[in-house]
Write a protein that binds this ligand. Structure first.
Ligand SMILES: O=C(CO)[C@H](O)[C@H](O)COP(=O)(O)O
Length: 290
Protein backbone atom coordinates (compact mmCIF):
# COMPACT_ATOMS: atom_id res chain seq x y z
CA UNK A 1 0.00 0.00 0.00
CA UNK A 2 1.11 3.58 -0.58
CA UNK A 3 2.35 6.29 1.79
CA UNK A 4 -1.04 8.03 1.78
CA UNK A 5 -2.68 4.85 3.09
CA UNK A 6 -0.24 4.71 6.03
CA UNK A 7 -1.08 8.35 6.80
CA UNK A 8 -4.81 7.65 6.62
CA UNK A 9 -4.51 4.68 8.98
CA UNK A 10 -2.61 6.84 11.48
CA UNK A 11 -5.14 9.64 11.12
CA UNK A 12 -7.95 7.21 11.93
CA UNK A 13 -6.09 6.17 15.10
CA UNK A 14 -6.86 9.65 16.43
CA UNK A 15 -10.55 8.71 16.64
CA UNK A 16 -9.73 5.91 19.09
CA UNK A 17 -11.76 5.92 22.29
CA UNK A 18 -14.37 8.20 20.79
CA UNK A 19 -17.99 8.37 19.69
CA UNK A 20 -18.99 9.16 16.10
CA UNK A 21 -22.55 10.46 15.84
CA UNK A 22 -24.94 10.47 12.87
CA UNK A 23 -26.36 13.97 12.33
CA UNK A 24 -28.85 15.27 9.79
CA UNK A 25 -28.61 19.05 10.34
CA UNK A 26 -25.91 21.60 11.26
CA UNK A 27 -27.73 22.08 14.59
CA UNK A 28 -27.42 18.38 15.42
CA UNK A 29 -23.78 18.48 14.36
CA UNK A 30 -23.15 21.26 16.88
CA UNK A 31 -24.92 19.29 19.62
CA UNK A 32 -22.72 16.28 18.79
CA UNK A 33 -19.55 18.39 18.86
CA UNK A 34 -20.48 20.00 22.18
CA UNK A 35 -21.24 16.59 23.67
CA UNK A 36 -17.69 15.48 22.83
CA UNK A 37 -18.14 13.46 19.62
CA UNK A 38 -14.79 12.83 17.87
CA UNK A 39 -16.49 13.04 14.46
CA UNK A 40 -19.93 13.29 12.90
CA UNK A 41 -21.52 11.34 10.08
CA UNK A 42 -23.50 13.73 7.86
CA UNK A 43 -26.57 12.12 6.30
CA UNK A 44 -30.13 13.05 5.36
CA UNK A 45 -31.84 10.42 7.49
CA UNK A 46 -30.63 8.35 10.42
CA UNK A 47 -30.83 4.57 9.80
CA UNK A 48 -34.12 4.08 11.70
CA UNK A 49 -35.80 6.61 9.36
CA UNK A 50 -34.16 4.99 6.32
CA UNK A 51 -35.74 1.70 7.47
CA UNK A 52 -39.14 3.27 8.00
CA UNK A 53 -39.17 4.96 4.63
CA UNK A 54 -37.88 2.03 2.56
CA UNK A 55 -37.07 2.57 -1.12
CA UNK A 56 -33.59 3.31 -2.41
CA UNK A 57 -31.27 5.17 -0.04
CA UNK A 58 -28.45 7.10 -1.74
CA UNK A 59 -25.60 9.50 -0.91
CA UNK A 60 -26.90 12.69 0.73
CA UNK A 61 -27.27 16.07 -1.00
CA UNK A 62 -23.77 17.64 -1.25
CA UNK A 63 -25.18 20.97 -0.10
CA UNK A 64 -26.47 19.43 3.10
CA UNK A 65 -23.10 17.75 3.69
CA UNK A 66 -21.30 21.07 3.10
CA UNK A 67 -23.55 22.84 5.61
CA UNK A 68 -22.53 20.31 8.26
CA UNK A 69 -18.84 20.65 7.32
CA UNK A 70 -19.16 24.40 7.84
CA UNK A 71 -20.92 24.02 11.19
CA UNK A 72 -18.28 22.00 13.07
CA UNK A 73 -14.51 21.74 13.46
CA UNK A 74 -14.39 17.98 14.18
CA UNK A 75 -13.98 15.56 11.23
CA UNK A 76 -17.06 14.98 9.07
CA UNK A 77 -17.82 11.64 7.47
CA UNK A 78 -20.45 10.88 4.84
CA UNK A 79 -21.83 7.72 3.29
CA UNK A 80 -21.74 6.26 -0.19
CA UNK A 81 -23.50 3.17 -1.49
CA UNK A 82 -21.49 -0.05 -1.62
CA UNK A 83 -19.64 -0.07 -4.95
CA UNK A 84 -20.66 3.48 -5.93
CA UNK A 85 -17.26 4.94 -6.72
CA UNK A 86 -18.75 8.05 -8.36
CA UNK A 87 -20.53 9.01 -5.13
CA UNK A 88 -17.12 8.56 -3.47
CA UNK A 89 -15.48 10.81 -6.09
CA UNK A 90 -18.10 13.48 -5.32
CA UNK A 91 -17.49 13.30 -1.57
CA UNK A 92 -13.74 13.43 -2.08
CA UNK A 93 -14.14 16.54 -4.24
CA UNK A 94 -16.12 18.18 -1.39
CA UNK A 95 -13.14 17.70 0.93
CA UNK A 96 -14.95 15.29 3.25
CA UNK A 97 -12.74 13.85 6.02
CA UNK A 98 -13.85 10.19 5.76
CA UNK A 99 -16.06 8.19 3.42
CA UNK A 100 -18.24 5.40 4.82
CA UNK A 101 -19.00 2.75 2.19
CA UNK A 102 -22.14 1.77 3.99
CA UNK A 103 -24.64 -1.08 3.92
CA UNK A 104 -27.16 1.34 5.43
CA UNK A 105 -27.57 2.81 1.93
CA UNK A 106 -28.91 0.62 -0.87
CA UNK A 107 -25.96 -1.14 -2.54
CA UNK A 108 -25.14 0.12 -6.05
CA UNK A 109 -23.12 -2.97 -6.91
CA UNK A 110 -23.97 -6.44 -5.64
CA UNK A 111 -20.58 -7.90 -6.60
CA UNK A 112 -17.86 -5.33 -6.11
CA UNK A 113 -16.92 -2.92 -3.36
CA UNK A 114 -15.10 0.31 -4.19
CA UNK A 115 -11.36 0.03 -4.80
CA UNK A 116 -10.53 2.41 -2.01
CA UNK A 117 -6.88 2.49 -2.99
CA UNK A 118 -7.92 4.79 -5.87
CA UNK A 119 -8.73 7.53 -3.34
CA UNK A 120 -6.71 9.87 -1.12
CA UNK A 121 -9.49 10.27 1.45
CA UNK A 122 -9.71 7.59 4.20
CA UNK A 123 -12.56 5.07 4.06
CA UNK A 124 -14.44 3.24 6.81
CA UNK A 125 -16.26 0.01 5.92
CA UNK A 126 -18.57 -2.40 7.72
CA UNK A 127 -17.78 -6.04 8.53
CA UNK A 128 -19.54 -8.94 10.24
CA UNK A 129 -16.49 -11.19 10.53
CA UNK A 130 -12.75 -11.20 10.09
CA UNK A 131 -12.79 -12.22 6.42
CA UNK A 132 -15.02 -9.30 5.51
CA UNK A 133 -12.89 -6.92 7.60
CA UNK A 134 -9.61 -8.06 5.99
CA UNK A 135 -11.07 -7.91 2.46
CA UNK A 136 -12.15 -4.30 3.02
CA UNK A 137 -8.72 -3.44 4.46
CA UNK A 138 -6.98 -5.00 1.46
CA UNK A 139 -9.19 -2.82 -0.79
CA UNK A 140 -7.90 0.21 1.12
CA UNK A 141 -10.18 0.83 4.14
CA UNK A 142 -8.37 2.77 6.88
CA UNK A 143 -10.94 1.90 9.50
CA UNK A 144 -13.46 -0.89 10.10
CA UNK A 145 -16.77 -0.85 11.93
CA UNK A 146 -18.56 -4.01 12.88
CA UNK A 147 -21.96 -3.72 11.21
CA UNK A 148 -24.51 -4.57 13.87
CA UNK A 149 -28.06 -3.85 12.66
CA UNK A 150 -28.33 -0.11 12.13
CA UNK A 151 -31.57 1.62 12.99
CA UNK A 152 -32.91 -1.09 15.28
CA UNK A 153 -31.83 0.26 18.69
CA UNK A 154 -31.00 -3.39 19.33
CA UNK A 155 -27.39 -4.09 20.24
CA UNK A 156 -27.49 -7.87 19.79
CA UNK A 157 -26.00 -7.94 16.29
CA UNK A 158 -23.27 -5.45 17.20
CA UNK A 159 -22.30 -7.79 20.03
CA UNK A 160 -22.38 -10.84 17.77
CA UNK A 161 -20.20 -9.23 15.10
CA UNK A 162 -17.68 -7.91 17.61
CA UNK A 163 -17.46 -11.29 19.35
CA UNK A 164 -17.08 -13.05 15.99
CA UNK A 165 -14.16 -10.81 14.94
CA UNK A 166 -12.46 -11.02 18.36
CA UNK A 167 -12.85 -14.79 18.45
CA UNK A 168 -11.07 -15.15 15.09
CA UNK A 169 -8.29 -12.79 16.19
CA UNK A 170 -7.79 -14.83 19.38
CA UNK A 171 -7.67 -18.10 17.40
CA UNK A 172 -5.17 -16.68 14.92
CA UNK A 173 -2.72 -15.68 17.66
CA UNK A 174 -2.28 -19.33 18.70
CA UNK A 175 -2.69 -20.94 15.29
CA UNK A 176 0.27 -22.97 13.98
CA UNK A 177 1.78 -21.22 10.93
CA UNK A 178 0.91 -24.09 8.59
CA UNK A 179 -2.81 -23.56 9.35
CA UNK A 180 -2.87 -19.87 8.37
CA UNK A 181 -3.28 -20.43 4.62
CA UNK A 182 -6.28 -22.72 5.16
CA UNK A 183 -7.79 -20.11 7.49
CA UNK A 184 -7.25 -17.50 4.74
CA UNK A 185 -8.89 -19.75 2.16
CA UNK A 186 -11.87 -20.66 4.34
CA UNK A 187 -12.60 -17.09 5.43
CA UNK A 188 -11.78 -15.47 2.08
CA UNK A 189 -9.09 -13.38 3.78
CA UNK A 190 -5.95 -12.00 2.13
CA UNK A 191 -3.07 -14.19 3.39
CA UNK A 192 -0.71 -11.26 4.17
CA UNK A 193 -3.34 -9.75 6.48
CA UNK A 194 -4.02 -13.10 8.16
CA UNK A 195 -0.28 -13.24 8.91
CA UNK A 196 -0.43 -9.69 10.29
CA UNK A 197 -3.30 -10.53 12.65
CA UNK A 198 -1.64 -13.78 13.77
CA UNK A 199 1.57 -11.91 14.61
CA UNK A 200 0.04 -8.81 16.18
CA UNK A 201 -3.18 -10.07 17.77
CA UNK A 202 -5.22 -7.22 16.27
CA UNK A 203 -6.49 -5.83 12.98
CA UNK A 204 -4.08 -3.47 11.20
CA UNK A 205 -6.65 -0.64 11.47
CA UNK A 206 -8.97 0.59 14.22
CA UNK A 207 -12.32 -1.17 14.65
CA UNK A 208 -15.38 0.68 15.93
CA UNK A 209 -18.71 -0.93 16.87
CA UNK A 210 -21.88 0.24 15.13
CA UNK A 211 -25.52 -0.57 14.56
CA UNK A 212 -28.07 -0.64 17.35
CA UNK A 213 -26.22 1.14 20.16
CA UNK A 214 -28.88 3.12 22.05
CA UNK A 215 -27.78 3.58 25.68
CA UNK A 216 -24.61 4.48 27.61
CA UNK A 217 -24.54 0.87 28.86
CA UNK A 218 -24.69 -0.44 25.25
CA UNK A 219 -21.74 1.77 24.34
CA UNK A 220 -19.70 0.63 27.37
CA UNK A 221 -20.59 -3.00 26.61
CA UNK A 222 -19.10 -2.67 23.13
CA UNK A 223 -15.97 -1.05 24.54
CA UNK A 224 -15.55 -3.84 27.10
CA UNK A 225 -15.91 -6.32 24.24
CA UNK A 226 -12.83 -4.76 22.71
CA UNK A 227 -13.84 -2.19 20.10
CA UNK A 228 -11.86 1.05 19.70
CA UNK A 229 -14.89 3.36 19.79
CA UNK A 230 -18.52 3.48 18.71
CA UNK A 231 -20.80 4.89 16.04
CA UNK A 232 -24.22 5.96 17.29
CA UNK A 233 -26.87 7.06 14.85
CA UNK A 234 -30.55 6.64 15.59
CA UNK A 235 -29.90 5.99 19.30
CA UNK A 236 -29.15 9.64 20.03
CA UNK A 237 -31.28 11.81 17.78
CA UNK A 238 -34.33 9.50 17.91
CA UNK A 239 -34.36 9.62 21.72
CA UNK A 240 -36.27 12.05 23.92
CA UNK A 241 -33.26 14.11 25.01
CA UNK A 242 -30.48 13.89 22.39
CA UNK A 243 -28.23 16.44 24.08
CA UNK A 244 -28.16 14.63 27.40
CA UNK A 245 -27.93 11.16 25.86
CA UNK A 246 -25.08 12.24 23.56
CA UNK A 247 -22.88 13.42 26.43
CA UNK A 248 -23.87 10.39 28.53
CA UNK A 249 -22.73 8.05 25.74
CA UNK A 250 -19.44 9.94 25.35
CA UNK A 251 -18.80 9.63 29.11
CA UNK A 252 -19.74 5.93 29.10
CA UNK A 253 -17.22 5.30 26.31
CA UNK A 254 -14.47 7.19 28.15
CA UNK A 255 -15.17 5.43 31.48
CA UNK A 256 -16.37 2.14 30.04
CA UNK A 257 -14.86 0.15 32.89
CA UNK A 258 -16.44 2.21 35.66
CA UNK A 259 -20.00 1.01 36.45
CA UNK A 260 -20.55 3.86 38.93
CA UNK A 261 -19.96 6.53 36.28
CA UNK A 262 -22.02 4.61 33.71
CA UNK A 263 -24.83 4.37 36.26
CA UNK A 264 -24.66 8.10 37.06
CA UNK A 265 -24.79 9.16 33.41
CA UNK A 266 -27.65 6.72 32.71
CA UNK A 267 -29.98 8.51 35.15
CA UNK A 268 -32.92 10.54 33.92
CA UNK A 269 -32.05 10.44 30.22
CA UNK A 270 -35.65 10.44 29.03
CA UNK A 271 -37.08 7.85 26.66
CA UNK A 272 -34.59 5.91 24.52
CA UNK A 273 -35.42 5.32 20.85
CA UNK A 274 -37.97 2.57 20.38
CA UNK A 275 -36.34 -0.68 19.31
CA UNK A 276 -36.90 -3.50 16.81
CA UNK A 277 -36.26 -7.21 17.20
CA UNK A 278 -33.97 -8.69 14.57
CA UNK A 279 -36.58 -11.37 13.70
CA UNK A 280 -39.05 -8.66 12.67
CA UNK A 281 -36.72 -7.04 10.10
CA UNK A 282 -37.77 -7.14 6.47
CA UNK A 283 -34.29 -6.10 5.30
CA UNK A 284 -31.30 -6.95 7.48
CA UNK A 285 -28.66 -4.41 6.42
CA UNK A 286 -25.75 -6.49 7.71
CA UNK A 287 -26.20 -8.99 4.87
CA UNK A 288 -25.44 -6.30 2.29
CA UNK A 289 -21.84 -6.48 1.07
CA UNK A 290 -19.74 -9.60 1.44
O1 LIG B 1 -24.74 3.82 9.37
C1 LIG B 1 -23.82 3.87 10.14
C2 LIG B 1 -22.52 3.42 9.72
O2 LIG B 1 -22.54 3.23 8.33
C3 LIG B 1 -24.12 4.41 11.44
O3 LIG B 1 -23.23 5.33 11.90
C4 LIG B 1 -24.39 3.37 12.45
O4 LIG B 1 -24.40 2.09 11.96
C5 LIG B 1 -25.61 3.83 13.09
O5 LIG B 1 -26.50 2.81 13.44
P1 LIG B 1 -27.63 3.15 14.48
O6 LIG B 1 -28.56 4.10 13.83
O7 LIG B 1 -28.25 1.83 14.78
O8 LIG B 1 -26.91 3.73 15.66
Amino acid sequence: MNEKYELNKNLAQMLKGGVIMDVVTPEEAKIAQEAGAVAVMALEKVPSDIRKEGGVARMSDPQMIKSIMEAVSIPVMAKVRIGHFVEAQILESLGIDYIDESEVLTPADDLFHINKQDFKVPFVCGAKDIGEALRRIEEGASMIRTKGEAGTGNVVEAVRHMRTVSDSIRKLTVMPKEELMTFAKETGSPYNLVQYVAENGKLPVINFAAGGIATPADAALMMQLGCDGVFVGSGIFKSENPQKRASAIVKAVTYYNDPKIISDVSEDLGEPMSGLTIESLETPYANRGW
